[in-house]
Design a protein around this ligand. Structure first.
Ligand SMILES: [Fe+2]
Length: 442
């Protein structure tokens, strides 16, 4: 299998859709395995109650797959407004007369049963929404994106640990600090990936100046050096906007870091533990990432640079689906899918390196890019404006690559995420870049 539908028969595609939907449901079901009052509580004003996310997943699935693709009667039209993310801010959702945990589970299960009936009958072709199983892929991505949001809610909740996972693999290779990417064209975006969203389209050629980029994400150990060197107290390292935020928000370290005596610890999913030096730093905002990069004498990569480092194969001139090639990820390629609940140490995934030799681009931590969220040239809205278009040009920075909390269905090489530059409850880190010197440019 080289693409989500490439080379597959309709039956194989149907099987792939079913497997992907089921994987998402297993994940979200595990994330609601907590006491009922934990499901309905507001753990942070930044987040929805877990039970809202869960029923919202079912409601979106009902809207797109039961009603639109399936042409079936509504299951619960009366709850559409309550689970519309645009009509209700996250902070306000706790006050709505939400389905209780039992009702939410029943509703979500009823919708899924109908979706499997619709899937059996769909030609997975014809209408653009059904071509290559797009609508099913979009809904599967939506559930997995909420699974990551729900995981972030778990990180924000107080109390003892309820989620458990094995540790990621150890580092097996020692990496050079940076990789030089020579100037030249590369193909950004995609016109062929069947489940790619509108903002990833179309494929188009970009000419990129030469640059150097970190071989791996910035680690806790390096971040601690920045912190101990007064990184949070030196306005000259920060942009004007970034420093104003640093002061107003009282930032002194990444979120969930804690100083005990003279040792820093990190709280992850209810467990306080010593910092692991060679793990990518996580829970830093865009402003902090920019300050770190300036302290290191570098800058954040642009989104175009990031994608070239991840996808460009200089031997063939083509862009890959994933850093390592066109085949879908395995456990050897990347730390994805909540298989582990933390980033892996740098050097843990040699099989996942890009053609240019850049490591751990997929999984581990989302990486802040020094780019706003804008449409690719030739962008067309599909299937609705609220997915991407309404966010273009807003107060956002682009995030690329996915985290340990992201499923592969929402982490392919062209996948684009974006968030406000002050956000850090998500699983965000960074890698830095620099321009080439005159001598390096040759
Ligand atoms: Fe949603």
């Amino acid at each position: 299998m080289t693409t989500a539908s490439g080379g597959m028969t309709t039956e194989q595609l149907r099987e792939h859709v079913a497997t992907t939907l089921t994987r998402g449901r297993e994940r979200t079901a595990a994330l609601i395995e907590v006491e009922p009052d934990e499901l309905t509580a507001q753990h942070s004003t930044l987040m929805s109650p877990l039970v809202w996310d869960y029923a919202h997943i079912g409601n979106q699935e009902e809207l797109w797959l039961v009603r639109d693709v399936g042409g079936r009667d509504p299951v619960r039209q009366d709850i559409d407004q309550m689970y519309d993310a645009f009509l209700n801010t996250r902070a306000s959702r706790v006050a709505l007369p939400l389905l209780d945990p039992t009702e939410a589970r029943d509703y979500v299960r009823t919708v899924r049963d109908k979706v499997f009936e619709v899937l059996e009958r769909s030609p997975l072709a014809g209408r653009r929404l059904e071509e290559g199983g797009f609508a099913f892929g979009m809904v599967a991505q939506h559930e997995q994106q909420h699974a990551e949001t729900m995981l972030a809610t778990h990180q924000l909740r107080a109390g003892a640990a309820v989620l458990h996972a094995p540790r990621p693999p150890a580092a097996v290779v020692r990496l050079a600090p940076e990789v030089v990417v020579p100037a030249g064209e590369f193909v950004m975006g995609t016109s062929t990936e069947p489940w790619a969203l509108d903002n990833e389209r179309p494929a188009h050629t970009r000419n990129v100046d030469g640059f150097a980029i970190d071989t791996a994400p910035v680690t806790n150990g390096r971040w601690l050096q920045f912190l101990l060197d007064g990184g949070y107290d030196r306005p000259e390292l920060w942009t004007t906007v970034g420093w104003a935020h640093r002061v107003q928000a009282g930032l002194t370290a990444p979120e969930f870091w804690q100083l005990d005596g003279d040792a820093w610890s990190r709280r992850a999913f209810g467990v306080l533990e010593p910092l692991v030096d060679d793990e990518p730093v996580v829970h830093v905002c865009f402003h902090e990432a920019q300050a770190y990069a300036r302290w290191a004498g570098r800058r954040l990569p642009t989104e175009v640079e990031w994608e070239k480092a991840a996808r460009h194969d200089p031997a063939t001139g083509r862009s890959r689906r994933w850093p390592w090639g066109d085949e879908d990820p395995t456990a050897e390629h990347a730390n994805l899918g909540q298989r582990h609940l933390r980033p892996a140490p740098v050097g843990a995934y040699p099989a996942g390196a890009s053609a240019l030799g850049v490591h751990q681009l997929a999984g581990d931590v989302w990486e802040w890019c020094d780019s706003g969220f804008t449409p690719h040239p030739g962008f067309e809205v599909f299937p609705y404006e609220e997915y991407s278009k309404v966010f273009f040009g807003g107060d956002y920075a682009v995030l690329r690559g996915g985290s340990f909390g992201t499923d592969e269905v929402a982490a392919r090489g062209t996948f684009r995420n974006w968030d406000h530059p002050v956000r850090r409850q998500i699983f965000t880190g960074l890698r830095t870049a620099r321009d080439l010197t005159a001598a390096e440019r040759g």
